[in-house]
Design a protein around this ligand. Structure first.
Ligand code: DHE
Length: 493
């Protein structure tokens, strides 16, 4: 009996091995030329479990079968049958036998200068207001549209790296914009000349990036490898790689990096160790982190308007902790049970006091907190969990979505004083709506319909009348240059 079982196990594992070999063979034959011999990416994106994290295996099969419209990814339906495609996808979702590395030499070797900024005119070469441009990320076909913020007409549209994520960041004068892709590419683009300046691959799986308030440095945070990569913001050349590890040497992934302009520092959340880092950039290189102890791992955080305090939380916790950045002490804990998406939180004044509000990814509530005594003010019940929130100093409403709920085609407008839902908009029934950004003067609000046949829908922010609809391919985020460089009230950092 035992012998039969052993024989069966041997047969199964030999078959599994053969299936693995076969899939690897398929990869070499059909995928390697674009996605790289070690699956780290080439002209196509990396195909590692970390990079495919956001794709379901069925979706990956569909991409291999049918290709991706408007990209170089062709469909393989005529060359691979369904079972070969499934074996290939199984293989791609397994970690490679040897853990991939991406070191300073790899980063340097990936650096591409497309145009030298000093070879280009320093004045805008278009007639639009440079501080009222919108940078719109279209995640459906991985493109970026630069939009005039008065006429709402595109100035240009170009292919981005695969899967940009997080808000793009800007130089203090608004001339340059910096994008980070999930698979590690940073792109520097000149909005005056509508040209790419440089690109560099800082890691294999990147979280986001921040730009210093003096415009000299860009800092990217990575999951894989777990580190920070400091770049010269003028041309993206590599300055320093800072491994993310605590004092005892325990390694960590980086959850998020933001700039704190009045502090002239970057602040970094670490996902696997109980430390929060501040990196002052006004001093000399190399940069040394100041380590603050935190109670929980931090997945995300937000600042108070004066950047003295930080409100951070982990995705597992049932609340947030408030850290005084000056002395490193925890001064409060705030119960927030719905997994707050703090990076999207915003603040405004209510009854003479600052309040902070954030959507929650797990529960359909908006948490509103008093920023003076850190007491929860209200949980506003919505129709489902949401991702984003935006307002403008001139708007009476905070605009938010119920992205992950049943009514995800709605946008809710919350009255910033009464904290009640004042209006519901439904830009395209049945299609997910989310992420709003205002024009610089706050007169119009631009809203995304997240669909391949989606749109950017522009509303008069006061009358709530629709003024224009621009068809777009899954426009994820849009960012107004003036609002972003001013770090204005109502926007995320
Ligand atoms: Fe995001 C911003 C984290 C999933 C679209 N997201 C951010 C930021 C963080 C973050 C820390 C702020 C970075 C910045 O702007 O510099 N996001 C996370 C997650 O941890 C989470 C839940 C899981 C993950 O896979 O990373 C997550 N995010 C998503 C999505 O599924 C979204 C909807 C689609 C996508 O593109 O992946 C998404 N995240 C966005 C967008 C922003 C963002 C559009 C910028 C918002 C802004 O207005 O600034």
């Amino acid at each position: 009996m035992r012998l039969i079982a052993l024989f069966a196990t041997l047969l199964i594992s030999t078959a599994a091995l053969a299936a693995g070999d076969d899939a690897e063979q398929l990869y070499r034959q059909h995928c390697q030329s674009c996605h790289g011999s070690s699956r780290l990416g080439g002209s196509g994106p990396a195909l590692l479990p970390e990079s495919l994290d956001r794709l379901k295996p069925e979706q990956a099969c569909a991409v291999i079968r049918n290709g991706r419209p408007a990209t170089q990814m062709a469909g393989f339906a005529s060359q691979l049958d369904d079972s070969q495609i499934e074996r290939l996808v199984d293989y791609l979702f397994q970690p490679p036998a040897v853990r991939p590395v991406w070191e300073a030499a790899d980063i340097r070797a990936s650096h591409i200068i497309v145009n030298r900024p000093d070879s280009l005119p320093a004045q805008p070469q278009h007639k639009s207001d440079p501080l009222n441009l919108f940078v719109v990320v279209e995640s459906g076909d991985h493109h970026v549209t630069i939009l005039d913020g008065e006429r709402f007409e595109p100035l240009t549209r170009f292919a981005s790296r695969y899967a940009l994520h997080g808000g793009p960041k800007f130089s203090p004068d608004g001339r340059f914009v910096y994008f980070a892709s999930r698979d590690g590419w940073i792109t520097l683009y000149d909005l005056h000349n509508l040209k790419t300046i440089a690109e560099i691959r800082v890691g294999l799986n990147t979280r986001n990036l921040a730009v210093s308030d003096d415009g000299r440095w860009a800092l990217a945070g990575n999951y894989l490898p777990g580190n920070l990569v400091l770049l010269d913001a003028r041309d993206l050349s590599l300055v320093q790689v800072i491994p993310a590890q605590d004092l005892a040497g325990k390694p960590s992934r980086v959850s998020a990096v933001y700039t704190a302009p009045p502090r002239h520092s970057f602040v970094v959340a670490l996902k696997d160790v109980h430390e929060l880092w501040e990196l002052p950039y006004a001093g000399q290189q190399p940069v040394t982190p100041r380590r603050l102890q935190v109670q929980d791992y931090l997945d995300d955080f937000s600042f108070t308007p004066d950047y003295r305090y930080l409100l951070g939380s982990s995705r597992q916790s049932s609340g947030g902790e408030v850290i005084d950045l000056d002395n490193g002490r925890k001064i409060a804990e705030i119960p927030m049970s719905g997994m707050p998406h703090l990076g999207s939180g915003i603040y405004w004044r209510r009854d003479g006091r600052w309040v902070f509000a954030t959507p929650n990814i797990r529960r359909g509530v908006i948490s509103v907190v008093d920023l003076q005594d850190w007491k929860p003010i209200k949980e506003i019940t919505t129709d489902g969990p949401g991702f984003f929130m935006r307002s403008h100093a001139d708007s009476p409403y905070a605009w938010t979505d119920t992205f992950l709920g049943k009514k995800n085609d709605e946008i809710l407008l919350i009255d910033k004083q009464s904290l009640e839902i004042a209006h519901r908009l439904q830009p395209m029934p049945g299609k997910t709506a989310g992420h709003v950004e205002f024009t610089r003067d706050g007169r119009y609000a631009l809203l995304s319909v997240w669909d391949k046949d989606g749109a950017l829908v522009i509303y008069d922010a006061h009358s709530l009348r629709e003024v224009k609809r621009i068809p777009m391919n899954k426009p994820s985020g849009k960012y107004n240059v003036g609002n972003k460089i001013g770090f204005v009230e109502g926007t995320s950092h």
